[in-house]
Design a protein around this ligand. Sequence first.
Ligand SMILES: [Zn+2]
Length: 404
Amino acid sequence: MRVNLAVIIILTVLAGSSTKPSMEGKVKKIHKKALTVDTHCDTPMNLLNTGFDIGIKNQAPRNRVDFPRMEEGGLDAIFFAAFTGQRARTQENYQKAYGRANQMIEATFTVCEKYNDMAKVALKAEDAYKLEKEGKRAIYIGMENGFPLGTSINRVEEFYNKGVRYITLCHSSNNDICDSSTDREGPEHNGLSSFGKEVVKEMNRLGMLIDVSHISDKAFFDVVEESVAPVMASHSSVRAIANHNRNMTDEMIKKLAENNGVIQICLLDEYVKDPDTTTMRYKLEQEIRQNYFSIWEELSNEKKDEVRQEWNAIKEKYPKKLPTVADYVDHIDHVKNLVGIDYVGIGSDFDGGGGLKDCVDVAQFPNITREMVKRGYTEEEIIKVWGGNFMRVFREVEKLSRNN
Ligand SMILES: [Zn+2]
């Protein structure tokens, strides 16, 4: 009896040890082989904070991106977004947004020069493949919100010349380019404005990727109609799974596939899974939203601070249950089943709210690869999701620009 039990234990241990390493080995091999690209993070905001050093691992653990953690997570390329929040469209605010976007772009160049053994600013699709061979991270620059353009079409080329390779046409509110998916006042232009149409044309001419994340559904369909090149959503998920206006409907995803574009699935909790509306945290947050958000700009600075403190206290007291990598990969499955594997990729929104229970930062990206391997995705499919699809779009945008 004893002997039998011992034999069983040994066999069990052997069985375990023979399957585990092969699964892990496969995950590692595929993750290493793939050119891994994350098309959206808001890290440049952190670069403007004095005291944050992107070359030091975990120096600021609340920040989700630094060069050593990119290396640890096998992340080859990332888009740093020069983000500006939408404010009233006055000349003064246009100038402020323009100045801030420039600061973030300059800061990105500065840190890449400082740590040129680890990272380099990339400008063309091919650069990421070259830098991967050199063992360096490719840092691309995007711009989240076209607000810094003001109403000046010349600034599109100006920012292109400064290294910007995509523009997310708007952010949480409508701007001069188009309607936002989340503006409280609803649509203003019924989609893309006439200035927006000029911007799309100019971006096509220059070879800049048009980012349709954040824009309204109608604006999305207008952009696809106007653009001669494929477009991408740098950080959006699937609305059929998480019912948020920031996510794309099946109809939009089908149109995007027809356009040969790509949806880069976002890691932000509410875009991955509908929030649990029964929790105390949700209830208290909703109260604050209802009481203050519509009158926010009218509040005194003291009152704003008070509300912020209240908000942070709720966050501390009732920690959020974040969705998991498995919930996340459900979105990739959905796009694959709807239109095929060629139209989906990854855009974290790290440092802008993105993060899952088991993928809190760039170092944990291999967990996404592991989940895809577990679900039976082939090596070829995983390589497409991690960067192949996005790079196809990027190259096509570059090519069409040269042909024009
Ligand atoms: Zn965003």
